[in-house]
Design a protein around this ligand. Sequence first.
Ligand SMILES: Nc1ncnc2c1ncn2[C@@H]1O[C@H](COP(=O)(O)OP(=O)(O)O)[C@@H](O)[C@H]1O
Ligand SMILES: [Mg+2]
Length: 497
Amino acid sequence: MLELKNIHKAFGDCVANDDVSLVVHRATIHAIVGENGAGKSTAMKIVYGFYNPDGGEILLNGKPVNIRNPHDAIALGIGMVHQHFMLVDTMTVAENIILGAETGSPINLDLDQANRNIKSLSDELKLNINPQALIEDLSVGQQQRVELLKALYRNADLLILDEPTAVLSPQEVEEFFNILRRMKEQGKTIVIITHKLDEVLAISDEVTVMRDGRTVGNVRTAETSAKELARMIVGRDVLLRVEKTDAKPAATVLQVDGLAVEGRHGMAVDGVSFSVAAGEIVGIAGIEGNGQTELIEALAGLVDPKSGRVKFEGHDVTGLGARKLKELGIAHIPEDRHKRGLLLNSSLAENSILGVHYRPPVASTAGFLDSAAVDTRVRSIIEDFDVRPAMPELTAKSLSGGNQQKLIIGREFELDPKLLLVSQPTRGVDIGAIEFIHRSLIDLRDKGRAILLVSAELEEVTALADRLLIIREGKIVGEVDPKTASVEEIGLMMTGG
Ligand SMILES: Nc1ncnc2c1ncn2[C@@H]1O[C@H](COP(=O)(O)OP(=O)(O)O)[C@@H](O)[C@H]1O
Ligand SMILES: [Mg+2]
């Protein structure tokens, strides 16, 4: 159905696609994998007409095509769902779907008709989407299905999905994959970009592996394994499992007693008590939205708790702000790196000093930045944490997600914290970087630091944590030994089943 031949695309000095060639067969699910920055999104955005290639050829159904912009792509039956949704919150599903359709085209005419058509499309694929619902009232998973509907509504035969599962819970992923399978049965062709090897193995028929702007492999899913894919992706053998010794917990560093934090709808954290000792990783498992975000933000001093006590190294620090807590030795790797972790339009150098920008060694006691000290700091973070490209003057937004994450982790590690609060450390990060981030967290633990880890990835949190707390509806509902507890047992506690 689709063939790319020797596609080349550079952005200034950065060669995003060096030589990309691949073949996607009709009515299959074709996975594209590769590390962050490998050029996957660029290649697919070229197919969708978002970028024009510098060289190479695209064939659709065996015929060369010239896709100048997304209009051309849509006219050829190509749809794309981007990593960041492009929906208008305050409008309905149907309004969003017909939005941007060319005036005069039949889909822009009649909202009632559109509602009916969308309803029947949704029913056909069991998407369970009400065309008249407001986007802001939908869950992330539902919004994604709206994006799918939008592409299908424009008669897409070939659907490109860029990391569609990054924002979904495990249950939503399962549901989503069933939808993709139904679409395949209807004869649709699906290209899915993903980081997760278990997902590739579960959903795809064929896999293309990209590395450094090139396609380096093409295999049938049935004939490969996670290990082989990982090796192709990274170019070397990768540890897919975390290796660590038993923790040697020492003195209590963090003591939380009856902490309550107000959320948008009532009490998000509802009387939580636990402690974290030096030299251990305490994990918090739970379905997202059960108070994890608010708990970590309260401990990091970003929001005030409603009641309860927080002690750090034996001193009451309840209600202290983020800056004070950071000065005491509490570092924070936030779950949302765009909202909380980085200034996207600022340089890597500027981002590398956030939180310490007002004090020595990067600023004088009078508060003036010392550019040499800033440069030293950013270069050491870039080197120690392998941030690519190694260019301090680049803006944070020009880095891939995995490299943004490494920059944040490097910045927080540079504080040599006594306590690290870390949420979703590897969300949207590729496997080479995941291995590195996991290793860094274990090394920090082994240096005798205390770590509180929140992750929506059950596998990650059970692999890293020495003790695992389960949170549900703002309460700690249990503690298990991650070495012996089963996924079923933890899952039941998470869901209250
Ligand atoms: N619009 C752009 N301008 C400049 N550089 C870009 C742009 N889009 C992507 N890049 C760079 O091209 C490379 C490949 O990026 P991308 O295709 O997004 O990778 P992937 O999707 O595999 O993570 C990266 O180094 C990225 O920083
Ligand atoms: Mg991408």
